[in-house]
Ligand binder design. Structure first.
Ligand code: FCB
Length: 475
């Protein structure tokens, strides 16, 4: 029987998978690469689960050909990866290291030869340690260093990569890196985290113009935001105000300047006791507001918040680890609640309607701007059967439900052009080390052998046909 038309995607829709450099590459001391903040952080006691590091990760640096072959065999037509800044420009300054660039050239050529469209992210959190030693993202100069690095990569790969993403999830870099400290560089300074947010925005804007100057005009430039879907616990005005404050800190601080050329006045007001925002210089907002060709959205789970009736803050909802320090500067009195429903291995509630709401919000915020889901996926405690196969029906159900909401949003007018499953294969999940498996492909960490899970086959079928098979389809 033909599939119902409601689950068929528009022709040309990209079905890909996503990864990032530090989470998969390994080879941290090869070909001139120097430490990033994640090397330093993961080698610092008690920062990651079990002291795990990305030193070897899943050895993608040496196995990239096999990994691309696997994607082709599954039927994926797009792949989102990130370039390691300290591999290409080791100290964050000066000329590019050709051996570093050559790795990405080989990877891209391999993808193109197999008909897989590359989507290149310039910054997925691996700042060269030397730039952190000079002050990191709270310092304005880091934004200029980033634009210079963007230019080097644009000049080298702009002839063969059409889809570019400047920064991945600046919220995590700014607020997990500099406020709650659960991510590298592990600082806990709320004022510095707001400066970091501005300089990540500025770095993006400067990189956009550097890339436009360095690359053919056909290339498309985006940024990937982990825009939260923030829901109030009730319609009580105090809860609505709490949701508004978290929305400003999760979303407005980025999409305000990116899409509208200004920071929300409510954000400036609510953070006034921490910072006077005097580091936002004349012209910065115009730079950040440079036109985009697409917007990347990463979605996992919504947030549910209320005002503290008893004045006591709830658990810190950052999703990526726990800390005594809040990742929400100036919002210590907002309470985060567990959203009802089933949860993944990360403890993240499964709520596909959040993805629909997010897509419709950006359809309103930025009419006509093409949207890409640059990450969506789930961690489960996958284990091989005695016969060596890995069955993950929960992940298939998760993907089916979320892809259905993407289709629903398209039907309601959202210009969604692509979807990238997080992640191609199990990998180093930041502060959680190797304990959380997000992959469609299972990795045996003792042998580094890759085994596609049943979800990889199911998703490959989606990519090949452009339609959703039932969750129990035999593929
Ligand atoms: C996102 C990150 C990605 C991965 C997923 C689970 O926030 O961009 O690297 O950690 O979460």
């Amino acid at each position: 029987m033909p599939e119902p038309t409601t689950v068929a995607f528009p022709p040309g829709f990209l079905f890909g998978a996503a990864t990032s450099a530090y989470q998969i590459e390994g080879a941290v001391r090869e070909d001139g690469r120097t430490p990033s903040i994640w090397d330093t952080f993961s080698h610092t006691p008690d920062r990651t689960a079990g002291g795990e590091t990305g030193d070897i990760a899943v050895d993608h640096y040496h196995r990239y050909r096999d990994d691309v072959a696997l994607m082709a065999e599954l039927g994926l037509n797009a792949y989102r990866f990130s370039v390691s800044w300290p591999r290409v420009q080791p100290t964050g300054r000066g000329p590019a290291v050709q051996r570093g660039l050559d790795f990405y050239r080989r990877l891209v050529d391999e993808l193109l030869a197999r008909g897989i469209a590359p989507a290149l992210t310039l910054y997925h959190w691996d700042l060269p340690q030397e730039l952190e030693d000079a002050g990191g993202w709270p310092e304005r100069d880091t934004a200029f260093r980033f634009a210079e690095y963007a230019q080097l990569v644009g000049e080298a790969l702009g002839d063969r990569v059409e889809q570019w993403i400047t920064v991945n999830e600046p919220w995590c870099s700014a607020f997990l890196g500099y406020a709650s400290g659960v991510h590298a560089p592990g600082r806990t300074d709320p004022a510095a985290s707001l400066r970091a947010a501005h300089h990540l925005n500025l770095g993006h804007g400067l990189a956009v113009s550097a890339l436009r100057a360095a690359m053919p005009a056909r290339n498309r430039i985006a940024i990937s935001l982990n825009s939260s879907v923030v829901r109030p616990l009730s319609q009580d005005p105090a809860d609505l105000a709490a949701a508004r404050r978290i929305d400003d800190l999760a979303n407005g601080v980025f999409h305000g300047p990116l899409l509208h050329g200004e920071y929300p006045s409510s954000l400036l007001e609510a953070t006034r006791s921490l910072t006077d925002w005097s580091y936002v210089l004349d012209g910065d907002l115009r730079t950040i507001n440079a036109p985009l060709d697409a917007l990347g959205l990463n979605y996992y789970t919504p947030a549910l918040v209320s005002a503290a009736s008893d004045g006591v803050a709830g658990p810190r909802a950052d999703g990526h680890g726990s800390s005594d320090h809040s990742p929400w500067p100036g919002a210590d009195d907002v309470v985060f609640h567990q959203t009802p429903g089933d949860r993944t291995e990360m403890g993240w509630t499964i709520d596909p309607t959040g993805l629909y709401d997010l897509l419709m919000r950006y359809t309103r915020e930025a009419p006509g701007l093409p949207l890409h889901i640059t990450e969506n996926g789930a961690a489960y405690d996958d284990k091989p059967d005695p016969d060596g196969r890995v069955h993950d029906p929960e992940r298939i159900a998760y993907l089916h439900a979320h892809l259905s909401e993407v289709r629903h949003a398209i039907a309601d007018g959202a210009e969604v052009r692509g979807y990238y499953l997080w992640s191609l294969m199990d990998n180093f999940e930041w502060a959680y080390g190797y304990g959380k498996r997000f992959g469609a492909v299972y990795v045996d960490y003792a042998t580094l052998e890759r085994t596609p899970k049943s979800s990889a086959r199911w998703y490959g079928e989606v990519a090949r046909t452009g339609a959703l098979p039932p969750v129990d389809a035999r593929v």
